[in-house]
Design a protein around this ligand. Structure first.
Ligand SMILES: [Ca+2]
Ligand SMILES: [Ca+2]
Length: 184
């Protein structure tokens, strides 16, 4: 009788442990999956921004550090016709602070404007940066936004931060920094 009791108790303990372990790993999986999605979204958006900047032709795309811009206006070349460079419609990539999203616009601020949202979950300020007139993250820019551009010669630096809360109010942040060369 005692043996059966002990066996039952051990079985119950083992079962409780198994349940605990599987809950923990499910939790870890959810956390990892959430962060994975955020990373994927940041990388995909950065790829699009890089492609746009690399195929643009015009100078003065962005200010020189320590100044920065949270939008970039550019035109893509369609080729040369009768000795003249022909450009596609003007485009813009910008951070919209209210909804916290990065949008791509064609013919911005005209009747022919087209807009596509590339990503949401963009905070007002870059990772580790606070609105205090101090360069908190030590990158030479003060109070830079969740999307920022600056230029040095033909090189454009791009920084994108995504921040998102999961269902348990845990905050996840992913920042990607890149430097690309524009064509002109
Ligand atoms: Ca900074
Ligand atoms: Ca700051």
């Amino acid at each position: 009788m005692l043996e059966i009791l002990i066996a039952t108790a051990i079985f119950a303990l083992v079962l409780a442990n198994v349940t605990m372990v599987s809950r923990t790993s499910q939790e870890a999986y959810r956390t990892g999956a959430f962060m994975g999605l955020l990373e994927e979204q940041a990388e995909q958006t950065m790829d699009r921004i890089e492609m746009a900047v690399m195929s643009s032709e015009h100078a003065d795309l962005a200010p020189v550090a320590p100044l920065f811009a949270s939008s970039i206006d550019y035109e893509r070349s369609l080729g040369v016709e009768e000795g003249q460079m022909v450009f596609d419609d003007p485009e813009r990539i910008e951070l919209e602070l209210g909804p916290g999203q990065v949008s791509w616009l064609q013919n911005p601020q005209t009747a022919a404007e087209r807009k596509v949202v590339w990503t949401r979950h963009v905070p007002e300020y870059m990772q580790d940066e606070l609105p205090n007139a101090v360069d908190d993250n030590g990158n030479g820019l003060v109070d830079e936004s969740g999307l920022s551009f600056d230029m040095e010669g033909k090189q454009v630096s791009i920084r994108l931060t995504l921040r998102r809360e999961d269902a348990k109010s845990r905050v996840y942040t992913r920042m990607i920094e890149s430097r690309v060369t524009c064509r002109n």
